[in-house]
Ligand binder design. Structure first.
Ligand SMILES: [Zn+2]
Length: 238
């Protein structure tokens, strides 16, 4: 039951919770959940499990792509409901434990202003509710331990402890990529935009073909190139 069953296909279900995405990886009794949405939306998850005929207890692991509040809402309730372990990147373990993460810097004028004002008037705005994760990703974490043929990779830039789940050539990226209605793919808030571009290059080199972003619909790697070239130019990276 808890052994790796590689014949069982993985099913990826992305759903919008509030205004950010959570992704369910359905794999029988060894299913996993990536990100826990905006708080106050536990009912959305309960409905999602029902729609997919999944007992909450089938979820064995909750992966946090990073610890911003809009990806970690409902975390304590979901951990309790599912009994799942929670894994966070080592660079954000303390942020989650203490319930504090710095508001990321803006990348464009509008978000630079929002970020600066936020840091003055709403210091804790981006922060999660305090939670002590059970597991820490130190760089790469193989999900075979949870019966799933996939791994968690470090994808820093949006935040220092951003991580993504790689299943074959599919990436569930959190806010390493966006797919906003106005065509924005490069995160408009990022602690380290240059590092983020290096992460993007790494992801392209890995041969990723499709991406489930932190906000917006699933996209193809081709959708990344216009923003990639624009921002590389902007930051004078050849
Ligand atoms: Zn974020």
């Amino acid at each position: 039951m808890n052994e790796t069953d590689s014949t069982l296909p993985l099913q990826i279900v992305s759903t919008r919770v509030g205004y950010s995405n959570s992704v369910l990886i359905i794999h029988g009794d060894n299913s996993l959940l990536i990100d826990t949405g905006v708080s106050g939306h536990l009912h959305d998850f309960i409905a999602l499990f029902k729609q997919n005929n999944l007992s909450p207890r089938a979820i064995k692991l909750i992966v946090l792509t990073h610890t911003h509040y809009d990806h970690t809402g409902n975390l304590a309730q979901l951990a309790e409901l599912t009994g799942a372990k929670v894994i966070v990147h080592k660079n954000e373990f303390e942020n989650l434990k203490n319930g504090f993460i710095k508001i990321p810097d803006g990348v464009i004028l509008k978000t630079k202003i929002i970020s600066t004002l936020g840091k003055i008037f709403a210091r804790k705005y981006a922060s999660p509710k305090p939670f002590t994760a059970h597991l820490i990703n130190n760089g790469t974490f193989d999900l075979k331990a949870f019966g799933i043929d996939a791994k968690i990779i470090s994808t820093p830039g949006h935040t220092n402890g951003s991580q993504s789940v790689l299943i074959g050539t599919t990436l569930i990226s959190g806010d390493t990529f966006l797919n906003l209605k106005d065509g924005t793919v490069f995160p408009i808030f990022a602690n380290n935009p240059k590092l983020l571009l290096a992460t993007w290059q790494n992801i392209i080199n890995l041969g990723v073909t499709e991406i489930y972003p932190g906000h917006g619909k699933k996209m193809s790697i081709q959708d990344v190139f216009p923003d990639f070239n624009f921002w590389k130019n902007k930051f004078k990276i050849i």
